[in-house]
Ligand binder design. Structure first.
Ligand SMILES: [Zn+2]
Length: 269
């Protein structure tokens, strides 16, 4: 349990550190190198890339905050866990009445609990699922976009050609070797490492997002899937999606705002 509590603190720190590093790489290395400031003809491209990066990062951070600001906890419930203190599941206390679960880490009853997200330090459930999915979408976009600009930076700055797909595969082992031989600096090695981090996070977030959208469309949760409680689809997928994303879901794609009428949500509880 102590390890999980520690992870609950370490994961958000990792997220903010990765965000800060990405921000610094973009504005201190990528943009000034790929689009040199004195070249006025590149002004439009620089502005477009800056706007795109800030847009996806603003939405990723905004939805991260909204996930925490609107926790999935049930305000009126103060249930006790139903499993024994020796239960092997260290997070979920199997409190399944009306799809409410008691999370041992959050110490709260969660409405339609999906899973405990260590990066936000919160449970994901009915109230914050929409922000969590938007957070995954924009985090994936930010990482993939950073990867593309990182590759462009290496091409411009160090004349590394990525035409051969093997270049990307051999980049990290070769850079590590050159680092120990003293021909590659620590910063260069760190940048190469970040390319793989962005690729990894980008792919994981995209895959996770697809899975969550699929579950939401079926009106089901990760918790139910884990316990083999996936029953047949009970209501149309359009209604399930509208239930989570609200009627103003397009607005939610471009801004981290509330897209479900608050009064409607309270009624559904
Ligand atoms: Zn939790």
């Amino acid at each position: 349990m102590l390890k999980l509590r520690l992870l609950n603190v370490v994961a958000p720190v990792y997220f903010f550190t990765a965000t800060a590093v990405t921000f610094v790489f973009h504005f201190c290395f990528f943009l000034p190198t790929i689009f040199p400031v004195p070249d006025a003809s590149l002004w439009a491209s620089t502005s477009l890339h800056t706007a795109l990066f800030l847009f996806s990062m603003f939405n990723a951070l905004g939805n991260y905050i909204m996930t925490i600001r609107y926790p999935a906890a049930s305000a009126g419930d103060s249930a006790v866990p139903v499993c024994s203190p020796h239960c092997s599941d260290k997070v979920d206390a199997h409190y399944l009445l009306n799809d409410r679960h008691f999370c041992k880490l959050c110490r709260k009853v969660i409405l339609k609990r999906d899973h405990h997200c260590f990066f936000t330090g919160n449970c994901i459930g009915k109230k914050n699922m929409r922000y969590f999915i938007m957070f995954c979408i924009h985090t994936s976009c930010t990482c993939m976009y950073s990867l593309v600009l990182g590759v462009a930076f290496l091409t411009v700055e160090y004349s590394i050609s990525f035409e051969d797909p093997l270049t990307f595969l051999t980049l990290l082992p070769l850079s590590t070797g050159y680092f120990f031989m003293g021909t590659v600096s620590g910063l260069q090695l760190f940048l190469v490492l970040m390319l793989y981090v962005w690729l990894g996070i980008g792919l994981v977030c995209a895959g996770f997002c697809c899975q969550q959208v699929l579950l939401v469309a079926r009106g089901q949760t990760w918790c139910q899937m884990q316990r083999g409680r996936l029953q047949g689809v009970q209501s149309p997928w359009q209604n399930n999606l509208k239930d989570v994303f609200g009627t103003r879901w397009i607005l939610g794609l471009i801004l981290p705002v509330q897209t479900v009428e608050t009064s409607l949500e309270e009624k559904q509880e």
